[in-house]
Design a protein around this ligand. Sequence first.
Ligand code: DMJ
Length: 673
Amino acid sequence: MYSGAAAAAGPPRRDFISVTLGPEEAVGVGGYNNSKAWRRRSCWRKWKQLSRLQRSVILFLFAFLAVCGVISYASMGEAWKSITNKSLDEQRTEQEIPGLKLANPAVLPAPQKADANHGDYPELSLQKPPKLPHVRRGPSNLQIKAPRRDMRLKTQHDTIRAVDELVEADKVEKTEKSVISWRGAVIEPDQSTEPPSSKIKEPEKPSSVEAEDQKEPVPINERQLAVIEAFRHAWKGYKDFAWGHDELKPLSKSYSEWFGLGLTLIDALDTMWILGLKEEFEEARKWVANDLVFDKNVDVNLFESTIRILGGLLSTYHLSGDSLFLEKAKDIGNRLMPAFKTPSKIPYSDVNIGRGTAHPPRWTSDSTVAEVTSIQLEFRELSRLTGDEKFQKAVDEVMKHVHTLSGKNDGLVPMFINTNSGQFTHLGVYTLGARADSYYEYLLKQWIQGGKKENELLEDYMRAIEGVKKHLLQRSEPKKLTFVGELAHGHFSAKMDHLVCFLPGTLALGAHNGLAADHMKLAEALIETCYQMYAQVETGLSPEIVHFNLHAQKGHKDVEIKPADRHNLLRPETVESLFYMYRFTGDKKYQDWGWEILQNFNRYTRVPTGGYTSINNVQNPSNPEPRDKMESFFLGETLKYMFLLFSDDIDLINLDKYVFNTEAHPLPIWVPA
Ligand code: DMJ
């Protein structure tokens, strides 16, 4: 296109594109005049000079450009929207664990790069995470530090790879250096948790907050890696031969059923979380989501299913933030409630969770004292989470009733209680072992859980420890080990169950919470005794029951073992107490003792094809007589306490924020210290 005026002035024909009316052309005609009217007139003149075809082409061109403009505006908007949404999604996903469909962000340790020791395990070198902005989400009663998903998962895989390599290279006993670090789950201390109100309220949920006080990560060390390896070996056996069943029979490569509820799997959930075994955890989670059904015509023991199943689900809910576990906990909690429908409100031992009926054992209407007084932490927590008081009311009533009962001996309780009369039965026998043990443990732990306000619980606990000192403490010969015996109708017996070895840990926990300092002294003496129950035995593993020598005899040790008592069920109590003792004193000898015990479990109870087994004879290293059973508490408790014992991270299940139930499932303290 060209301008006729411009052509008359003799400029070269201009290009079609140069239809724009350039100032030089105007200047060429009549000098520079940039007034709006002049420009309008000049444009109009030029427009009129164009042929119809040219005008049509220009109009078409304008129309085309306008349409293009509208279309591209619309698609840019979409693109912008999706960019914005994507970045929000990414932010959200960073606080979730893939595959877990978490209702709330996970709360356990964010594995992080260890700065030191890169040389030995270069593949484990992780970077120090960048500081993330502080984000507070969810209800304020439990503010828990959130892990960083990317770091956590990376370290998990690194951890597992490290374990594999450790096994392959048989480095377990050679390498001293730490390689991976974790930060423990922490409930923010500034937020208190109130007991349930009388109204049913929205479920309490764990919530997360990014760490404000980013501490240097504490590396996972070689001994912890050995625990992870042991756990994976045990899990392999369970997975290969007993998946979804209660217990593994590792020798016959099969399983046994007790309640038919996947007991080992549920007991092990929070251990897997704490050890960082997320792949195993996710697989187990799928089983819980798809296969765990409580609507079954099956009798379960109230105590065992409360401490293992309800406790395991609640703690896993707290650690993972995954509401699936709370839903399952509510379900089993409700199904256990018929147990409390007794004339005395002292619960029956057994409940049919499908039919909603409960009953005592066939031969008696008694329940065991330890059983009816060691379900409180779990039901109280269930009330707090659901806002439904009925759970807490039922178990508090039991404690209040037991508080008032006669038949105690300086705070020591008999072993049985009648569900009709509500009175103790079989009076006159006192033990800290089977049938009474966790009564004492839960007095202290409920007091801690509830924020140290429930004075009757403390009173009963303090009185009972005085009763222990007065009636049950003795010293053995030749080593003068302090031990807790039993009293039967005024006669002292120098018999001590391995179960009693929970006591040093509980005493230490009490002392840590401000109770008498002499409780700590007693704890130190008793844990030495529990260790000797291992060390003085041929396999280095404790029997179920020992008898202590009260009189020195040539060639005799402190510990005597009767043939019926020389089995070992992979129990946790000594390792549990070692964990508390190490946490509160920092004395490395407790870690060393635990390490010896782990090695002896590996030596005498490990089954090559997967799993660990109870043994019949701790006195025969050449044939410990495997029993072909791996108890669920080996994964739920023993290995968990081992891992925690070997950790130097006090925030890995901080004892000012969590209280462990008697099956080693950590539950939050309502008013953390
Ligand atoms: C576990 O089920 C619990 O620790 C309970 O309190 C006692 N018995 C076993 C472990 O020995």
